[in-house]
Design a protein around this ligand. Structure first.
Ligand code: 13P
Ligand code: SF4
Length: 330
């Protein structure tokens, strides 16, 4: 039974016997319940290590759409759980902590975005996957940072497009494609914070290092990067490139998989502007701990639910994204 105090906290807060090996316990629960664990690259390394699949936003949606498991544990943020639930309405989708939201998704409230869309009735609406289900419900096609350029380019050159909510990603895609999409004024509090000065200083100290940046970063950071891409694209580049050192301007959780894949290369997290910390973490992603993963599997809560009417609308732009991505081999 779901306890009142769990509902207040947003996660299962039950003591776990100290003798329990959390990783082994999680794997045993997955087997018993036919559950699959998916994790985003920004979660804690130990959470990524216990997952069946670790990926970027596009790959996580593609995996969810194809899974035969009865339960999906989405180790990531709330909108990722919603996307999974919309794609798999008959499955139980769990996110281990309901407080794991996303500043970018929250920068685009559905009612205000809907007013913006209504004010431009001749525009097609392209929304980044980092949005709530309700915002997706007023969207024509969803994109991720892995397919945004190609999906925008699939529209005629003179198509009138709205892009929300990330102004940085939208501005970057405008610059790549020569489009002039109307941009919603939203941003991610993690990616906005990278310091150009501190990255330049790191480049002086590591002259052979290449700079990897996520397109959610500010334009000034993107400009000084050697490669710009989704987390999966940055990882692929780090694996295949001959450089031995990389300065990484995205959430520092990705360094876990980079270092695992390339044990002999050096990965240096790009620091944020306003703190003495060397790396930049998403406080929402970091709410997902092994204890919460174990407890959410054990008690099958917190469950993600999406209002049926919203889901019926939101599934269309998500499916459209998956179909275009499949056609393009992404
Ligand atoms: P990707 O992994 O798709 O690049 O997404 C980054 C992100 O901010 C997820 O919240
Ligand atoms: Fe949202 Fe930014 Fe965290 Fe990604 S890193 S989940 S965009 S707040």
């Amino acid at each position: 039974m779901v306890k009142e105090e769990w509902i207040k906290k947003g996660y299962v807060d039950e003591p776990i016997d100290e003798t329990v090996d959390l990783k082994a316990g999680i794997r045993a629960l997955c087997k018993e319940k036919n559950a699959v664990i998916m994790a985003h690259y920004y979660t804690e390394g130990e959470v990524q290590d216990v997952a069946d699949f670790v990926g970027d936003s596009l790959a996580l949606a593609q995996k969810a759409a194809a899974t035969e498991a009865d339960i999906i544990v989405m180790c990531g943020v709330h909108f990722m759980g919603e996307t999974n639930k919309i794609l798999c309405p008959d499955k139980t989708v769990l996110v281990p902590d309901l407080n794991a939201t996303c500043s970018l998704a929250e920068s685009c409230p559905a009612d205000k975005f809907s007013d913006f869309v209504k004010a431009h009735p001749d525009h097609t609406v392209v929304s980044y996957v980092n949005t709530t289900a309700a915002t997706k419900a007023v969207t024509d096609v969803v994109v991720t940072s892995s397919n945004a350029r190609q999906i925008v380019e699939s529209f005629p050159k003179d198509a009138k497009l709205i892009f929300g909510p990330d102004k940085n990603l939208g501005g970057y895609i405008n610059s790549l494609t020569g489009r002039n999409m109307l941009l919603w004024d939203g941003a991610c509090h993690v990616h906005e914070k990278f310091s150009v000065e501190k990255i330049l200083k790191l480049k002086e100290e590591h002259p052979d290092a290449k700079v990897l940046a996520h397109p959610e970063c500010k334009g000034a950071v993107v400009k000084l990067a050697d490669v710009v891409g989704s987390t999966a694209a940055l990882l692929r580049f780090a694996i295949k490139d001959e450089a031995q050192e990389f300065i990484v301007a995205t959430e520092s959780g990705i360094l876990h998989e980079m270092q695992k894949s390339c044990p002999n290369k050096k990965f240096i997290p790009a620091p944020p502007e306003d703190s003495t910390c060397a790396c930049n973490e998403c406080n929402y992603m970091r709410l997902i701990t092994l204890r919460k993963v174990y407890n959410c599997l054990k008690y099958e809560w917190p469950v993600i639910e999406v209002d049926a009417e919203i889901a019926a609308q939101a599934v269309k732009p998500i499916r459209r994204m998956l179909d275009i991505s499949a056609e393009l081999g992404l």
